[in-house]
Ligand binder design. Structure first.
Ligand code: IMP
Length: 197
């Protein structure tokens, strides 16, 4: 069984990744399981670049294939922002609520509410090989927050076909259509191709 190290301390991401990658006979483990703790500065200007930075750093630290993801919210009327800055939009000290409020304020009086969540996943191999995939989920920014579940910008991100924000969906419902869910499915396809040489 091939082992891949997830460049994250997030056990929730581990569960999500494992569910898909175990189908390829891959065992996903956390950095802490292989005794590494790498802090990578996300200095890239694209989601792909940041995912690759994290994956390569962890791969080099432990000598095993490593996977990383990077994601964020891109709002058309904010010039694609907060984008790669989603996690630190408005400064390090803000809460999730402060951050989505900042998005709502930035769109005050704005009729174009279109936005998308983006996720990039990258796996770096010790051989120097790399597999990358991307997923997007289009939607609209609401005028006020809705729903209690989820995290980050979920309460202000509406999926029109579902008439629900991400925060009003169950985890299962969200995973089926989310940027991360789509990226993970695409990643599985790309990884399978790569492994078959
Ligand atoms: P990352 O952990 O560096 O990929 O940062 C992603 C940031 O984008 C998070 O801190 C959230 O603010 C935002 N984000 C990414 N995916 C989601 C999501 O599914 N719902 C809400 N916010 C998200």
């Amino acid at each position: 069984m091939m082992k891949m190290v997830l460049a994250s301390k997030n056990a929730h991401k581990l569960t999500e990744m494992s569910a898909i990658l175990s189908q390829l006979g891959i065992q996903v483990v956390l950095e802490s399981d292989v005794g590494v703790d790498v802090d990578v500065e996300e200095t890239g200007t694209t989601f792909e670049e940041n995912a690759a930075l994290k994956a390569v750093a962890v791969m080099k630290a432990c000598g095993l294939p490593a996977i990383a993801d990077d994601s964020g919210l891109c709002v058309t009327a904010l010039g694609g922002g907060p984008g790669v800055y989603s996690a630190r939009y408005g400064g390090e000290r803000l809460s999730d609520r402060d951050r989505y409020q900042l998005v709502l304020n930035g769109l005050s009086g704005q009729l174009d509410r279109s936005a998308k969540f983006v996720s990039a996943i990258c796996c770096a191999f010790p051989s120097g090989g790399m597999v990358t995939a991307r997923g997007e989920c289009p939607g609209l920014i609401t005028y006020s927050p809705r729903g209690e579940d989820g995290f980050g910008y979920d309460p202000v991100f509406l999926v029109p076909e579902k008439k629900k924000t991400f925060a009003e969906m169950s985890a299962q419902e969200k995973n089926a259509i989310s940027h991360r869910g789509v990226a993970l499915q695409n990643f599985k396809v790309e990884l399978e191709k790569y492994l078959q040489g």
